[in-house]
Design a protein around this ligand. Structure first.
Ligand SMILES: O=C(O)CCC(=O)C(=O)O
Length: 213
């Protein structure tokens, strides 16, 4: 897992209508799979997760202060897949059957292993995710991050840490899967900014491999 690529294995498209879009990145690998889940399946999953997951609003440490994070979250995974970020220690809940099934499908598609998933629930446009990279040491050197979006379309922004190149903006639609791999987390940060546009609630799942302590 230390140095993997996000090439979907031939013939492993998730649905007949999925479209894989290569996002040209200097210093990294990124693909967006539109329609990874078809509309009806994505909607059933969104409704199930919105109601079955015990969502919490984590309190994070930001510049030395304790602040409630601007979204709800939950952490699922194999026992031992403990993930720490912004001063929070996330101990995994046992996989829901739907999440385990999705993990296996995405794993086969991306040719990567995942033992955990961070779920984020953006209730409306004032919920957001600040600029960061998924570069915690327990994710390994070049992590594969597989990010499935359900619900309202939100903008996903990426910017290079060192080069004067234009930021990238992707619209993450219902049922889409974003794959980041290679050296992406070393060179790029990403965010889901607040928006004043009316947007439907959104659930995002990022599948990861966390190396046990
Ligand atoms: O909600 C998203 O699309 C991004 C989630 C994210 O950046 C993360 O979980 O690290």
């Amino acid at each position: 897992m230390a140095d993997t690529s996000v090439s979907p294995a031939p013939g492993q498209l998730a649905s007949g209508t999925a479209v894989v879009r290569e996002i040209p990145l200097r210093d990294g690998e990124c693909r967006l799979v539109e329609g990874f889940l078809e509309g009806e399946e994505a909607t059933v999953l969104l409704e199930r997760l919105a109601s079955a997951v015990p969502w919490e609003q984590p309190v994070v440490t930001l510049f030395g202060s304790q602040v409630p994070s601007p979204r709800l979250a939950a952490w699922y995974g194999d026992p031992g897949a403990v993930y720490r970020y912004s001063g929070i220690v996330n101990r995994p809940r046992d996989w829901l059957p739907e999440l385990a099934d999705l993990r296996d499908r995405i794993s086969g598609f991306a040719d990567a292993t995942f033992n955990s998933a961070l779920l984020n629930y953006y209730r409306d446009g004032s919920d957001a995710m600040g600029w960061h990279a998924d570069n915690e040491s327990e994710l390994g050197v070049n992590p594969v991050i597989a990010s499935l979006s359900l619900g309202g379309v939100r903008r996903f922004r990426m910017r290079h840490r060192n080069r004067e190149i234009s930021p990238i903006t992707l619209e993450l639609a219902h049922g889409s899967l974003l794959l980041m791999a290679g050296s992406t987390q070393h060179h790029w940060t990403h965010a889901v900014p607040r928006t004043r546009r009316p947007v439907a609630p959104r659930v995002n799942l990022t599948f990861r491999y966390v190396y046990p302590d």
